[in-house]
Design a protein around this ligand. Sequence first.
Ligand SMILES: Cc1cc2nc3c(=O)[nH]c(=O)nc-3n(C[C@H](O)[C@H](O)[C@H](O)COP(=O)(O)OP(=O)(O)OC[C@H]3O[C@@H](n4cnc5c(N)ncnc54)[C@H](O)[C@@H]3O)c2cc1C
Length: 499
Amino acid sequence: MHSNSSQPTVAIAGGGLAGLAAACALSDAGFRVALYEKRPFLGGRASSYEHPGTGEVVDNCQHVLFRVCTNLVEFYQRIGVGDQIRWFDQMNFIEPGGRISVMKSSFLPAPLHTAPSFLHFPFLTGADKLAIARALVPLTLAAQRDNGQSFRHWLDQHGQTTNAIHRFWRPILVSALSEELDRISISAAAQVVRESMRSPQARQMGVPKIPLTDLYNAAGDYVRARGGDIHFRCSLESFITDEKSVQLRVADSEQTFDYLVASLPFDALARVLPEAPESVGLRGKIKHFETSPITGIHLWFDRQISNLDHAVLLDRTIQWMFHKSRLQPMRMQESLTLAMNVRSGHAREQYESTHAVKGADSETTRATEGGSYIELVVSSSKSLIDKSRSEIVEVALGEVREFFPAAREANLVKSAVIKEVNATYSPRPGIEAHRPGTVTSWPRVFLAGDWTATGWPATMEGAVRSGYLAAEAVVRSAGRNARFLSPDMPARGLMRFFP
Ligand SMILES: Cc1cc2nc3c(=O)[nH]c(=O)nc-3n(C[C@H](O)[C@H](O)[C@H](O)COP(=O)(O)OP(=O)(O)OC[C@H]3O[C@@H](n4cnc5c(N)ncnc54)[C@H](O)[C@@H]3O)c2cc1C
């Protein structure tokens, strides 16, 4: 697809958030886009699919965002799914036994807006709170440098109590960065704290109302509506490039484009780089990257186990509970309608073929009516990787029954465990220096991906930022100018004085 008209052509390799953001932005900028995705669906590490064991469409893992993710929020608006995100101001912390503490914004100006809730937390002592408040001052007021030491070391130097570390810092940062405190850089931890303190809106949490792939299919439609093509089950195998074009080997064919945006995970990129001197620097950087796992545990109960939409769970293996049947009631409704059709007999065949549950037991499907579907998330789930599915479900069920008394009477109808072994890159001390920018040694090849130098950790926001940065660089290379990156959320209250 080398340009023979005035419309420049661009190949995007990878249909995750980074590739989709670049594809949408470049379609808007008048480029002819061809996106190549290895798998049969869009969304990459933020996707949903039909789980073969349960017949349910599940997200690979619950994905949440915060209002401070300005590029992701803009991306959702651009592709027309902004109203598919439900926003929450309140965060619930639960202790084993079921005591709930709520964090929410107050009338106080940022960064003091959550201070009243924080001061009332019964699961922290006065000494814990004093220690946390002291540490929050430097983290909130100025960006911190990555000095090669871990955030755990920093906390020890800043007089944090054991309780403060285990019941405050760990739940917040391990979930945000999917890594243990002794493997997180100070700059990454400080960035999470500072961004969430910018304004009361910054910390509002967004949860998709629809499965992730439905959300991101809208980006595919957006590209197609602007003349672009999406090619599924098409892997970029290699590329060669010169001053004028890029030649790709994709799915056993050769295609020529004006530009390539490689929006691949770092290990996938390493596999397609040419054996050329220009690749040496990039390969050297990639060698420094490691990944960390995240495990999602999906449980379906025969009755309601809680009236909370979501909660942070303290002191146990499970870190978060998302009450999917409350967060995505439409999906539950669809599941119930299908279950009813199955029982009425006429649609059994259709149900079985679309949900991969040959011989679906109508007792089982009936049991989900009015029940709870929850997803439990364990970030940095190294302790679960070698455990079997049934061992993980047993741990999870035991813990759920500790936190939610109603679950003690409930029957587990079905379950699914999804281990994402290489979920996100590890934000280790020193890694920031190795994150490559979008521009490469090849004038026609650009990089995107959550692991590239975006200033953000491995998140959907980081991925979209990288896609927009790559799109801006492509447009610049074509001799024009375009701005796709959204401005950061403005600081409010007292935070305006600490830029
Ligand atoms: C379990 C889990 C939970 C998470 N939770 C959150 C969360 O709550 N909030 C949040 O913001 N972020 C979360 N993240 C992180 C977020 O999902 C990622 O940061 C983001 O989706 C990465 O997008 P990406 O486009 O950079 O990479 P990817 O999503 O990995 O996209 C790369 C794409 O390239 C494709 N590909 C690979 N090789 C080739 C090839 N040779 N040719 C063509 N295509 C190829 C892949 O199939 C993939 O679709 C989570 C991640 C995981 C795994």
